[in-house]
Design a protein around this ligand. Sequence first.
Ligand code: SF4
Length: 106
Amino acid sequence: MGDRPYLRVDVPKFIREGAASCASKSVDPELFFPIEFEDTTGKITSSYKDLQEAKKICSACPLSLKCLEYAITSYDLGVWGGTTDQQRTNIRRKSTKIKLRIHLKR
Ligand code: SF4
């Protein structure tokens, strides 16, 4: 993988050295990041090139759980461990609510 320039910024070591499906030369790294564009009203918005394809690649990746754990704590943008940054934000919120409920029941 050393000959492959990564498009991901600060790719964690486990991806560089592991068997990450997104590291395959046949996979377009841009699938994993939202692309910003200007809509017809001039508003800047973002969208994934093919989010379902990125998630499909993650679902077959042997590092998906480790990758998700990394992304939950790193707050990186894009698809990691089969989730978008918005989905991870929701996971964090639910986790916080559950922890608070457990704490309040003590
Ligand atoms: S789970 Fe997805 S983003 Fe994470 S290493 Fe695997 S293919 Fe890459």
